[in-house]
Design a protein around this ligand. Structure first.
Ligand code: 5GP
Ligand code: ZN
Length: 116
């Protein structure tokens, strides 16, 4: 997916501030952090969104979840964090390559959503 910004980061064509990498996933600081810790974890394989994930992607997605806690601590959010996967139009997903946001830092990130 040469026109996908996150595939281009995986390919090294666009620089990132990498915090973790293995054969299946890459984690890097968000370019516009919402909190002192804001790291994105992506599968190296192009998966457009969580909706597009298949059962064969489950091991990688599970490993991303399991790794997120370790990445959060390393990035500076040892006392907890929040994981977000924006999905599709309703989820306000802007980059169409599945990604997990890790947000945190020293202070609580605040309520998840406002009540309707
Ligand atoms: P979404 O709304 O799709 O869940 O979030 C996409 C995230 O990707 C945003 O937080 C945005 O700041 C981040 N982002 C977009 N382009 C780049 C980029 O080129 N580099 C990095 N590091 N983050 C990016
Ligand atoms: Zn991609």
């Amino acid at each position: 997916m040469s026109d996908c910004i996150f595939c281009r980061i995986v390919a090294g064509e666009i620089p990132c501030r990498k915090v973790y990498e293995d054969d299946d996933m890459l984690a890097f600081h968000d370019i516009s952090p919402m909190r002192p810790v804001h790291v994105l974890v992506i599968p190296k394989k192009h998966i457009a969104s969580l909706t597009a994930a298949t059962p064969e992607d489950a091991p990688t997605l599970g490993r991303m979840l399991a790794k997120a806690s370790e990445i959060a601590v390393t990035a500076g959010s040892a006392d907890g964090f929040r994981l977000i996967i924006n999905t599709g139009r309703v989820g306000h997903q802007e980059v169409p390559h599945l990604h997990l946001h890790i947000v945190g830092g020293p202070d609580p990130v605040g309520p998840m959503l406002k009540p309707i």
